[in-house]
Write a protein that binds this ligand. Structure first.
Ligand SMILES: *Cc1c(COP(=O)(O)O)cnc(C)c1O
Length: 229
């Protein structure tokens, strides 16, 4: 089932790419979101061609990493608490969910102790009432400038979690806003910034996100089926 689902998602990705009005230079990449799914399903997905997995919680990811290791690349897509930064820096190649200077400072400190440059995305909150995580548009430029002073961090783009609207088309203007914001922030002249990724789009809305310029989509249900919480 995973193999067929994956194929179906990849076909939809290609269709959406053909319709895409904007495209970023970095090619579109699928992140298979494996939270709440067992390692057996992850193994199956890896065999079917998945190369990047997304996890929400550090502890769960650590347990799986102990089994699966570096067969696949690991991205952290969920909220990160400062007391979990150490294991997070140890295993994730990209952290999508940085939304405060305090968190970035801790990441840089840990990364420095491990001789690593941690790649991160900044999570943006366009719709304040829909999510408690993410930085507001107004505060974003100053946050980027402040993070730029940290030695062991490389900022690579923006991440957005769209609200769960019943009418999927309602998210399109938000994705458009994110693309615009991404382009604006690209112009900031900062040294620890290598703008590459716009992470947006989940099972319910990834084709629209791709059409609006996303190059990093995070799909769970569409590949693995519904999660049992
Ligand atoms: C769970 C999750 C996803 C995947 O959601 P699906 O609807 O299962 O595709 C994507 N991004 C984030 C941040 C998530 O927490």
């Amino acid at each position: 089932m995973i193999r067929e689902n994956l194929k179906c998602v990849e076909e939809q990705m290609q269709l959406a790419l053909q319709k895409a009005e904007y495209k970023l230079p970095e090619p579109l990449q699928l992140i298979a979101v494996t939270k709440n799914h067992p390692v057996e399903m992850m193994e199956e997905a890896i065999e079917a061609g998945v190369t990047v997995v997304g996890e929400n919680r550090v502890q769960e990811a650590q347990q799986k990493y102990a089994v699966i290791g570096d067969k696949v690349k690991w991205h952290l897509i969920g909220h990160l608490q400062r007391n979990k930064v150490k294991p997070a820096v140890e295993m994730f190649e990209l952290i999508h969910s940085v939304d405060s200077l305090r968190l970035a400072e801790e990441i840089s400190k840990v990364a420095q102790s491990k001789n690593k440059i941690q790649r991160i995305l900044i999570q943006v909150n366009l719709v304040q009432e829909a999510s408690k995580f993410g930085i507001s548009i107004e505060a974003l430029p100053d946050l980027l400038r402040a993070i730029d002073k940290l030695p062991n961090i490389l900022m690579q783009g923006l991440m957005f979690v769209a609200p769960d609207y019943e009418d999927k088309e309602e998210v399109r203007p938000l994705f458009k806003d994110m693309y615009k914001l991404y382009k604006e922030m690209e112009l900031l002249d900062l040294k620890n910034k290598d703008w590459k990724y716009l992470s947006m789009g989940m099972t319910q809305d990834f084709p629209i996100a791709i059409e609006e310029g996303s190059n990093l989509i995070r799909v769970g249900t569409g590949i693995f089926g519904a999660r049992n919480y």
